[in-house]
Design a protein around this ligand. Structure first.
Ligand SMILES: Cc1ncc(C[n+]2csc(CCOP(=O)(O)OP(=O)(O)O)c2C)c(N)n1
Length: 646
């Protein structure tokens, strides 16, 4: 057992400032061991955090946090920051229910200025922070830390446009590890790579540049030409010219694991008075210091519990062979793409997470990782669809929020047949409220032309994918949660084929009907059994299509029942209860007994079952609630309830 001799002395960043360089290096070692210790047990974002240990120490050593505002982009790499800012012991609870958040979280600590989780917000937050600082006549440093992956997002450029224009003082740290979750993509990544690819060459280029500009200017007549040449030479010889052109001073590249160098650079930068915006380009290695994470940075970006020695991920679950919905999609798309050459796949930096790795390997010319650029993913898919391709946009529910206008304006308005694969719908668990996909049904339902489905299990999902591939009348989306199904059940034969706007009635019920969709249907099934055990006759309808809703099946089921209940892994506002209410004739509307879903509050982080239990949304609590509601609505005289009383 490591005794964490140095780490245990650190209670606030002030304690860091007392340490000499050798002790700071020991501290870095301590932090790495501690990170591996805790994340191997809890799961979490390990590789990004391992990569910024020295950077975090240096920043807290040089700047005066929390008076100086350190703003982490995405926040998934902020574990060392949490450990150094008074949360060392609490860190053991990271991502657990009622434990520390896996991202920076306003309110959790005075050192976390903003709640984050979605990428590329840091520069916008920094410019707003700087405007407020200057407005109030205050004088503190603002230090956004943004990754090279996050720099693929339009938000970063919108913010840089403003930062360079307003010339607000701040120290932007570009944490460049050449990786998003997967290897970074696009022209900016190539540009950054060129800057760092050869430091020796960089030094030589700089010397040449200095030499060339020391040559006296030519005669006046050709001074314009000379100026133009100087401008062009600068482009050729100065690294980071792109940022300089935007009005942001570029410093770097700097070795992100050299504590001494980092501290020296940050001290220099800190002492520039009214320096305007400065960008320090720091080169780090994702997973640094832990062999398994360095060698397999994609897996170790974010993962569940693992064995420290071998780096092997610990399998969880029932022991039965499971397959994730993402993998079902990925496999099916590969199968369909073999015979349908118009299929193309688009991801916004989530290739592995959305199950597209195999497709990317097999069809590299039909696979597009657009970077962390959801808006670009959707709008470019719109034009692909308009020009005869079948674009599958695979995207997490929470990140599709970024591209809402694009879904409406660029896809639905033109009724273009873009296929949306909406992964991680519903509560996702440990990543918490920034990542729960609970708003999608509510924000997609009002969009005209859009067809929206959700499969109850893997077999239904495969059939829906077939349906989707043949449906070319407009945009269509399949929404499904994190997790998956038993592999052997994929062969289940559907009782009814998938037909546009047709629901599946699993049971008819005289006393009550439960309407649900997606794999939450399993919970609906359990709930039905529990309520049946209380003596009620309960029906269950799997809607399959949230839009268009199967109005005739819904109306018929409500007519046959005394009451109905809706059940969904999503927000109640704008969810299926609203959809059903709009479909019902007025005299049937009062039959609604309860809406089960998430009320108007952000759902916290933690194990999904634990979170649902806390919200009184587990089957036991729901069953007793439905029984009570039924009793008070219909009295104790119902024969079915009497049966229980006897
Ligand atoms: C809007 C949005 N899309 C996708 C993600 C998923 N995501 C989390 S971290 C990450 C990669 C970030 O790369 P980078 O900024 O370079 O940080 P690193 O992990 O390399 O430190 C991605 C794509 C996200 N958090 N937000």
């Amino acid at each position: 057992m490591r005794d964490y001799a140095i780490l245990n002395q650190i209670h606030t960043p002030d304690d860091l400032k007392k340490l000499e360089l050798p002790q700071l290096r020991e501290l870095a070692d301590d932090i790495r061991h501690y990170l591996i210790d805790v994340v191997s047990a809890n799961g979490g974002h390990l590789a990004p955090s391992l990569g910024v240990v020295e950077l975090t120490i240096a920043l807290h050593h040089v700047f005066r946090t929390p008076e100086d505002h350190l703003i982490w982009d995405v926040g998934h790499q902020a574990y060392p920051h949490k450990i150094l800012t008074g949360r060392r012991e609490q860190f053991r609870t990271i991502r657990q229910f009622r434990g520390l958040s896996g991202f920076t979280k306003r309110g959790e600590s005075e050192y976390d200025h903003y709640t984050v989780g979605h990428s590329s917000t840091s520069l916008s937050l920094a410019i707003g922070d700087a405007i407020a600082r200057d407005h109030h006549g205050k004088n503190y440093h603002i230090i956004p830390v943004i990754g090279d992956g996050a720099m693929t997002s339009g938000m970063a450029y919108e913010a840089m446009n403003l930062i360079g224009g307003l010339k607000k003082s701040m120290v932007i740290v570009l944490n460049d590890n050449k990786m998003s979750i997967s290897p970074n993509v696009g022209a900016i990544a190539k540009y950054l790579n060129r800057i760092i690819s050869s430091p020796a060459y960089n030094r030589m280029r700089k010397k040449w540049y200095n030499f060339l500009i020391s040559i006296p200017r030519f005669g006046k007549k050709i001074s314009n030409v000379a100026q133009d040449m100087e401008y062009r030479m600068k482009h050729l010889f100065i690294p980071g010219m792109f940022f300089e052109e935007l009005g942001i001073r570029y410093i770097g590249p700097v070795d992100g694991h050299d504590l001494e160098g980092l501290i020296r650079r940050f001290n220099e930068v800190k002492n520039i008075e009214n320096g305007g915006p400065i960008l320090v380009h720091v080169i780090t290695k994702k997973g640094y210091g832990y062999k398994h994470a360095e060698e397999n940075a994609v897996t170790f970006h974010g993962l569940g519990p693992f064995e420290k020695e071998s780096g092997a991920v610990i399998k969880q679950g029932t022991g039965l062979e499971q397959i994730s919905y993402s993998a079902i999609f990925g496999n099916k798309l590969v199968e369909m793409a073999r015979s349908d050459s118009s299929i193309v796949a688009i991801t916004a930096a989530m290739c592995a997470g959305t199950g597209l790795s195999d497709f990317a390997k097999q069809f590299p010319d039909r696979f597009y990782d657009v970077g962390i650029a959801e808006q670009n993913a959707v709008t470019s898919a719109a034009a692909m669809a308009a020009n005869g391709l079948k674009p599958y946009v695979a995207i997490y529910s929470t990140f599709l929020q970024r591209a809402y206008d694009q879904v409406i304006h660029d896809v639905a308005l033109m009724n273009l047949p873009v296929k949306f694969i909406i992964d991680r719908g519903g509560v996702v668990g440990e990543d918490g409220p920034t990542h729960h996909g609970v708003f999608d049904i509510s924000y997609l339902r009002p969009i005209p032309n859009l067809v929206l489905l959700s499969p109850r299990d893997g077999a239904e999902f495969q059939a829906m994918l077939d349906f989707m591939n043949h449906y070319n009348d407009g945009p269509i989306a399949i929404r499904f949660p994190r997790g998956g199904d038993e592999k052997r059940l994929l062969g289940r034969k559907l009782s009814l084929p998938i037909e546009l706007g047709k629901a599946e009635t699993l049971y008819e019920g005289h006393d009550m009907t439960i309407f649900t969709y997606g794999p939450f249907y399993e919970a609906g099934l359990l709930l039905r059994q529990r309520v049946m055990a209380e003596g009620l006759d309960v029906g269950l309808v799997n809607l399959r299509f949230i839009k268009p809703l199967d109005e005739s099946t819904v109306i018929e089921a409500v007519q046959k029942s005394h009451c109905f209940v809706t059940m969904e892994d999503g927000s109640l506002i704008g969810g299926i209860a609203d959809a059903i209410q709009s479909a019902l004739p007025p005299m049937l509307r009062s039959k609604e007994l309860r809406r089960i879903g998430y009320s108007d509050a952000f759902v916290s982080h933690g194990d999904k079952d634990r979170v649902l239990e806390d919200l009184q949304l587990h089957v036991e609590a729901l069953a007793s609630d439905l029984r009570q509601r039924y009793q008070s609505a219909f009295g104790r005289s119902r024969t079915s309830l009497k049966k229980v009383a006897n």
